[in-house]
Write a protein that binds this ligand. Structure first.
Ligand code: MSP
Length: 653
């Protein structure tokens, strides 16, 4: 078995302080690393900062400091946050490190010597925030940035190019024959969609007169390297490529490059073609996760809704914050961050289920067993059920890791915790104590403590601090037992003295929040009633003809443009297609009855119109979050699209 596990996060720009998006990917990588280690893998976790390029140079100018100072000051914020969030990376790489710069120069020189990099005149459109060049073929209509939809600037200059185009066919074939390469699979389709257009060569230089902050090209001192070409190389320079062959050969290929969905093309097109040109093996999986939204909106500075991870960790504790991030997001999909959802999960899972179970166990042992975890007697059916629940959690956890369904693994651990609580109810140790059935009482208390200990080992990767506290309450000083050892673990608790450390998770009091929510609800209801009355009045005045609606009625239906990212047939239903759509950055799934008029391939990439505020419904057991508009022509259905290029998520009406 391949015992090597190498995981990376994107390296983060140092133009601003870290936000929840950065915290999420880094916690995710940390949790996956810890799980794999606990299952016996030799794991290596790389993260770091992307310090060159225009964004950083611009931020430095705004702050009146040098770019290097900008990097040095901001990198501290990232490192502080990772310390606070209990991130255990094995290496933190900065692209301004000399060792990294040397590898980038080595790669550039090698590709230049082999004529895989050449110089040519270039005309293109540049997007400053994305630091990306686009040519005419990248635009559907107008010259707005295809990534962030902001205005681009036209630029003509001499530059160096990487012969990326020559790898197009190879890449398409590689993606098609390696289904694990880009995950989730709908992201592979997105990349294949991108590769339907001819792939150009990649401009990998910037003239110093326009941008000085970068790695100087080893073969032309008038230019610096394009920030993405420099940054992607961190994944190999960070583990010894070009300097420490033994380490590199041991770690590479990466098991996972974790990325956000917005940086898919750079990772699934630029990076593989760069590696191919270098003659380096492909990473095993590039995994794109979704975004944290606030309600339904994208998090952004201009909307003022950015969640500060440092504040969350301060207010609710690091472990609870890590738990929420991991349990709430279905890997690959977008998730919504609200304090309400946080409180709900915290109180029900952590305070009620987990904290309560530990506190019952410890208190009973204190009172009935003189603080000492007793020797168990023979097991009964109740113990067998409890053991089965813990075993199932162990199995499901490992399974969920392989399928990158982490939230399901975590849920299976919580199911084991719930089984522990049921075990207590069923065996009722307080009654056993009253009746003086000491041997049975000892069996129950031992098994309860044992199950809690196993839960602590299972949950350790997600909440390392709190799980150490849990073990401390059970008198376990330190533990080097991993998940891999759990099923065969011998009794190691009998004789331990428990400790009364207070609650593991203090309930969050929601009274005040509930009050405000109720007031908000009342105000909303009043506004609704007033609007209804107004509408009725208007209806009466405007029309006596039945079937006519007012403009207010019409605007109750939220019509929006959406881009179809992926489509597939719904098994067993010849009329239905399952679509993955993007509605202004929000990923949704929609079931449409158009399969007899459209193949999945024919609809992918189209901009369609959807009813965005329709209550989600299950169609043939599959959730549909909205409705697609189509007209019924004599020769089948015709979907409603827009005339020319329009962003997704734009209101129609
Ligand atoms: N420097 C590049 C990556 C180079 S990797 C060779 C970069 N940096 S970034 O700081 O802008 O973003 C890093 C990551 O944060 C991206 O993966 C992005 O998807 C993620 N997030 C930014 N906002 C996010 C959310 N609201 N939610 C989840 N992740 C999001 O891109």
């Amino acid at each position: 078995m391949d015992n090597n596990f190498y995981i990376t996060t994107p390296i983060y720009y140092v133009n601003d302080k870290p936000h929840i998006g950065h915290a999420y990917t880094t916690v995710l990588a940390d949790v996956l690393t810890r799980f794999n280690r606990s299952l016996g893998a030799d794991a290596f976790f790389l993260t770091g900062t992307d310090e060159h390029g225009q964004k950083v140079e611009k931020a430095a100018k705004e702050h009146n400091i040098t770019p290097q100072q900008q990097c040095d000051e901001t990198v501290i914020r990232f490192k502080e946050l990772w310390d606070k969030l209990e991130i255990t990376h094995d290496k933190f790489i900065r692209t301004t490190d000399d060792a990294h710069k040397a590898v980038v120069c080595q790669v550039l020189q090698d590709l230049f010597d082999r004529d895989l990099i050449y110089k040519a005149e270039y005309k293109g459109h540049y997007c400053v925030p994305c630091e990306r060049f686009f040519t005419d073929k990248d635009f559907e209509n107008g010259t707005l940035c295809p990534e962030c939809k902001r205005e681009t600037n036209e630029i003509v200059e001499s530059n160096y190019f990487f012969r990326m185009s020559q790898y197009q066919e190879w890449l398409i074939d590689y993606i098609n024959t390696n289904p694990e390469f880009i995950q989730p699979s709908f992201r592979a389709n997105e990349t294949l969609g991108f590769l339907k257009k001819p792939l150009g060569d990649l401009c990998i230089s910037r003239p110093k007169e326009r941008l000085a902050w970068g790695i100087e090209l080893p073969f032309d001192a008038d230019y610096v390297c394009y920030v993405w070409f420099d940054a992607l190389i961190n994944y190999i320079s960070g583990i010894g490529y070009g300097s420490d062959d033994a380490q590199f050969n041991q770690r590479w290929p990466a098991s996972y490059h974790l990325i956000g969905k917005d940086i898919l093309t750079t990772h699934t097109v630029y990076w593989p073609t760069m590696l191919k040109a270098m003659g380096v093996e492909m990473p095993k999986t590039i995994f794109a996760h979704g975004w944290w939204l606030v309600g339904r909106d994208k998090m952004s500075k201009s909307l003022g809704n950015v969640v500060n991870p440092m504040d969350m960790a301060e207010e609710y504790g690091v472990d609870a914050f890590r738990y929420f991030l991991m349990a709430e997001m279905s890997l690959g999909q977008d998730a919504s961050f609200t304090e309400e959802a946080f409180t709900r999960r915290y109180n029900s899972d952590l305070a009620n289920d987990l904290g309560n179970m530990l506190s019952r166990t410890v208190k009973m042992i204190m009172r009935q067993c003189e603080w000492i975890i007793p020797t168990p007697g023979p097991a009964t059916e109740a113990e067998a059920e409890l053991t089965a629940a813990v075993e199932q959690a162990i199995e499901k956890m490992a399974e969920s890791l392989h399928g990158m369904k982490l939230e399901q693994g975590i849920e299976s651990i919580m199911n084991a915790v719930r089984a522990c609580n049921r075990y207590m109810e069923k065996t009722a140790p307080w009654t056993l104590a009253k009746k003086g059935e000491t041997e049975r009482l000892n069996t129950v208390m031992y098994n309860a403590a044992d199950a809690m200990w196993k839960v602590s080992v299972l949950m350790e990767p997600v909440m390392p601090g709190k799980m150490a506290e849990l073990r401390d309450a059970l008198g376990i000083e330190q533990s080097d037992v991993g998940i891999a050892d759990l099923s065969n673990a011998a009794n190691c608790l009998t004789g331990n003295k428990v400790k009364d450390n207070g609650s593991l998770f203090q309930r969050i009091v929601v009274e005040d929040k509930a009050k405000t929510l109720q007031q908000e609800k009342q105000a909303q209801q009043q506004a609704k009633q007033a609007a209804k009355a107004k509408q009725k009045k208007a209806q009466k005045a405007s029309s006596t003809v039945t079937g006519l609606i007012t403009i207010d009625d019409f605007f109750k239906t939220e019509l929006k443009t959406a881009k179809v990212i992926d489509a597939e047939k719904v098994e067993g239903a010849d009329k239905l297609l399952k679509l993955q759509i993007d509605v202004g950055g929000e990923a949704r799934q929609l079931i449409a009855g158009i399969a007899q008029s459209y193949t999945p391939e024919a609809i992918i990439g189209k901009t369609v119109v959807v009813v965005a505020n329709l209550k989600p419904a299950k169609i043939r057991g599959v959730e549909s979050q909205g409705m697609l508009l189509a007209a019924k022509g004599s020769d089948g259905l015709k979907i409603i699209t827009v005339d020319g290029y329009v962003d997704s998520g734009v209101s129609v009406g």
